[in-house]
Design a protein around this ligand. Structure first.
Ligand code: UD1
Length: 419
């Protein structure tokens, strides 16, 4: 097992290249099941969640080649096993994204139920109900979802709650359904737009992505294509906070400010100067202590739950008192006890964290619990006085490409060591 050792207190300065988006790459990899030929993807991030997805697709009969220029050719057009095994699915909930494409292409699918995780119960009822509306017959037995259909038929789907992966699952399934599907109360995340752009270049007929109503006209087959995965706005936001929490100046390359407005405006409220152009974003904290900011998570285009923990870290050392309210996942507060061990003054009241900013945190031995909670601990460690060690780094590797290497380039004193 690896751990990170951070000597905090150094302002971070410099330029960092943001990787392709995890949450766009995963559905796009699963979309390769729908194609009759290979997909060539560029800007795919090097993350353990991407490896898990590739392992799952390989286990089902897919093939891939990673070229020296980092482009990824994936051919999952002729699956030989229509089943997502528990051992792979349990490590990554997004595996449920295999269900819609498999069912649409092969008219049957068996996939392990993902189960709960550290941030909440995370059911898949919305995925299953929407697929049933398209004509799927679904049963759950022995921890597996069994789905079959004679033919998926387009329908009007009204999601009672906004869900990112349920929207993706249903729109992938609908691409090969007979007739037109309209998805109401669809998630509007930029990663959905990226998936839809890829599906359209495969031959799908989809309109409305990025709004709450998406219309899909089914086609009889989809082809292979080439696609460049959009940049990761959550990785980008995390590095902006690394600049803000250490009083430094950081430029992000391969970052799109258009999809980060909720994050950018909170950082400006915290006192950061932010400039951007089409491809880059620069944050300058000018050595100042951040001001405390109130945050409430909600579906895109509002403030993302995937940035909540990182703002907790920032508010921990900010000037003033703040409230951070989580409305998406009921239990996404695993970072609170760990940050408190560093001297943060955080109190949980229902789904709101009340944070009284302290002047500085002190390094401590910490345990990573889930992906974004772990990122908040790294950020806190960068700002703290003394040494912070973070165990169970594998949580970070699910969503941050070579995090310690990128932070080192910005001047951080951070090492990954083996226990
Ligand atoms: C996706 C993202 C994740 C992000 C989350 C919210 C991917 C791979 N993951 O996760 O990083 O934190 O969106 O922005 O893109 N729900 C149900 N029933 C369902 C599905 C969801 O009740 O069938 C609930 C969830 O418990 C949660 C809410 O809906 O309270 C939203 O979750 P959802 O958007 O589905 O999250 P994911 O798609 O799993």
């Amino acid at each position: 097992m690896y751990k990170l050792v951070i000597k905090g207190g150094t302002p971070l300065n410099g330029t960092v290249k943001i990787a392709g988006s995890k949450n766009a790459a995963l559905p796009i990899l699963f979309a390769s099941i729908l194609a009759d030929g290979p997909l060539t993807l560029t800007n795919t991030p090097h993350l353990s969640d991407v490896s898990t997805t590739l392992r799952l697709l390989m286990d089902m009969g897919g093939e891939f080649i990673l070229e020296s220029d980092n482009s990824l050719h994936i051919n999952a057009s002729k699956l030989t096993k229509l089943m997502g095994e528990y051992d792979l699915v349990k490590t990554m909930r997004a595996s449920i994204l295999a269900l819609g494409p498999m069912l649409a292409k092969y008219k049957e699918a068996k996939i392990s139920l993902p189960g709960g995780c550290a941030i909440g119960t995370r059911p898949v009822n919305l995925h299953l109900k929407a697929l049933e509306s398209l004509g799927a017959k679904i049963t759950v037995e022995g921890g597996y979802i069994y789905a079959t259909t004679d033919q998926l038929i387009g329908a009007d789907i009204h999601f009672e709650q906004v869900s990112v992966t349920a929207t993706e699952n249903i729109l992938m399934a609908a691409t090969l359904a007979q007739g037109t599907t309209t998805v109401h109360n669809a998630a509007q995340e930029p990663e959905i737009v990226d998936l839809v752009n890829c599906l359209i270049s495969m031959g799908a007929k989809i309109s409305g992505a990025g709004t709450s109503v998406i219309t899909i006209q089914g086609v009889s087959n989809l082809s292979g294509t080439s696609h460049s995965v959009c940049p990761d706005r959550i990785e980008a936001g995390t590095y902006l906070i690394a600049g803000a929490i250490t009083g430094g100046k950081i430029t992000l390359k391969n970052a799109r400010h258009q999809s980060m407005q909720a994050i950018i405006s909170k950082l400006q409220e915290a006192g950061a100067t932010i400039d951007y152009d089409d491809q880059s974003i620069t944050l300058d904290m000018k050595g100042k202590r951040p001001k405390a900011v109130n945050v409430k998570t909600s579906a895109y285009p509002n403030f993302p739950t995937d940035m909540q923990a990182q703002f907790c870290a920032l508010n921990s050392i900010a000037d003033g008192q703040s409230a951070i309210t989580e409305t998406i996942f009921e239990n996404r507060f695993m970072h609170i006890p760990e940050l408190s061990r560093m001297g943060a003054k955080l109190t949980l009241e229902g789904n709101t964290v009340i944070c009284k900013g302290v002047k500085s945190l002190t390094g401590a031995n910490l345990m990573a619990t889930d992906l974004r909670a772990s990122a908040s601990l790294v950020l806190a460690g960068l700002a703290a006085t003394g040494i912070t060690t973070i165990e169970r780094v594998y949580h970070l590797d699910r969503g941050y490409e070579t995090i310690e290497e990128k932070l080192k380039l910005l001047g951080a004193q951070i090492e990954r060591i083996q226990d």
